[in-house]
Design a protein around this ligand. Structure first.
Ligand SMILES: [Zn+2]
Length: 127
């Protein structure tokens, strides 16, 4: 909630609900459809386009992150560097420890130097 306020997003009931949903489902890396389904249970009249708009705003502000996998966009609230490991049954779990973070920072630095731009974020999916 504090993150929403700090970043100047109005605390609409829908945005608050999205934060709650992502806090609850975040570790499972819910897909857009799963977020919409959870939203509809509390706010039956919210359209998918409103959910998408709110999610996109939160991604742009860096409050949440998103990635594409299996033909869908998935969301999570975890801000620190980690690897998302996808199992063949569709489950996505975080692989997150000191060694992983260190390697990812080194990879981000290497990519930045190779490309001549400063990479702000790195996303690693493992299958
Ligand atoms: Zn993750």
């Amino acid at each position: 909630m504090e993150l929403l306020k700090k970043n100047g997003l109005r605390l609409t009931p829908q945005r608050l609900e999205l934060v709650r949903i992502l806090e609850k489902l975040g570790p499972k890396h819910p897909s857009f459809s799963e977020v919409c389904d959870a939203m509809k249970r509390r706010h039956a009249n919210v359209s998918r386009s409103t959910v998408l708009k709110n999610l996109n705003e939160m991604v742009e502000l860096g409050l949440i992150s998103s990635f594409s996998y299996g033909g869908e966009t998935h969301y999570e609230m975890r801000p620190n560097l980690h690897v998302n490991l996808a199992y063949s049954n569709g489950t996505i779990v975080d692989v997150d420890d000191e060694e992983v973070r260190e390697l990812m920072l080194r990879l981000m630095d290497l990519v930045s130097r190779r490309a001549g731009v400063k990479a702000k974020h790195i996303l690693v999916m493992a299958y």
